[in-house]
Design a binder for this molecule. Structure first.
Ligand SMILES: [Fe+2]
Length: 248
């Protein structure tokens, strides 16, 4: 059996503003040899580039057998409608968190509730520690939300964490992930990772491993073109609009 491997389709952008976090998460493709799995789907505004990047990678939408959702925040789950033929997996706990209305008790503003209800029948719930596919096992990492779950590529000791780990800095400095649910549980979840994985694909930062007390980033970071449109009063200002290619 071919060893399961991941590739970043769209890279996370770790950025925030006083209008809230800019919700650009890692979207990853996992290939096992006989299955192609998308880990998280990004948000609506990721959709054009997600489809374009998949096409550049030679992956047709219909080639995606399964979509794994780390959790139900909008910046991770809002493109499921594109993957009409895929099985969509989410943890049973996260499904309960949303469908029972529990998310409202935490004032979680990031749940696209109407969309989730609309697609309710499509979600396939899983438990902690379940082997979804040969060599791919779920790992409950609660804290950010109650049901946020990682997926372990067991043979290569990689874990994709969603927002249970936001980035390498937080993880290595003992800073809990931004927690809608429980920051302490978020820190406890960090301790579940080293026994099963050496490489972490976080929700909003570059994939990394920790070696001899140092962060070692894994793989090339795809560049991001970021445009910022300042309000300028003179009429020939178009070329002064800022377009920056950034590599985080
Ligand atoms: Fe999140």
């Amino acid at each position: 059996m071919k060893q399961a491997a991941f590739q970043i389709v769209l890279p996370a952008i770790g950025a925030s503003s006083n209008r809230g976090a800019m919700g650009w998460c890692n979207i990853s493709l996992i290939e096992t040899g006989d299955r192609t799995i998308l880990f998280d789907t990004g948000s609506n505004d990721d959709r054009p580039e997600l489809l374009a990047e998949l096409a550049r990678m030679g992956v047709d939408v219909k080639d995606i057998d399964a979509v794994f959702l780390s959790h139900f925040h909008y910046d991770h789950c809002c493109n499921i409608e594109v993957f009409e033929d895929a099985d969509i997996y989410v943890s049973a706990r996260e499904l309960e968190y949303v469908l029972s209305g529990e998310f409202k008790t935490y004032g979680d503003p990031y749940i696209p509730y109407g969309m989730i209800r609309y697609y309710e029948q499509r979600f396939i719930p899983f438990a902690d520690g379940e082997e979804l596919f040969p060599g791919l096992r779920t790992l409950a990492l609660p804290g950010h939300t109650p049901g946020v779950s990682g997926l372990i590529l067991e043979e290569s000791r990689v874990v994709l964490t969603g927002d249970s780990v936001k980035n390498a800095y937080d993880y290595t400095h003992g800073i809990p992930p931004y927690a809608i649910y429980d920051a302490e549980k978020g820190l406890e979840s960090y301790t579940r990772i080293p026994p099963v994985a050496d490489t972490i694909v976080p929700g909003h930062g570059r994939p990394f491993s920790v070696r001899e007390g140092r962060i070692s980033y894994v793989g090339e970071q795809k560049p991001v073109d970021m445009m910022i449109f300042p309000n300028l009063e003179h009429l020939d200002a178009l070329e002064e609009r800022a377009c920056h290619r950034i590599i985080l």
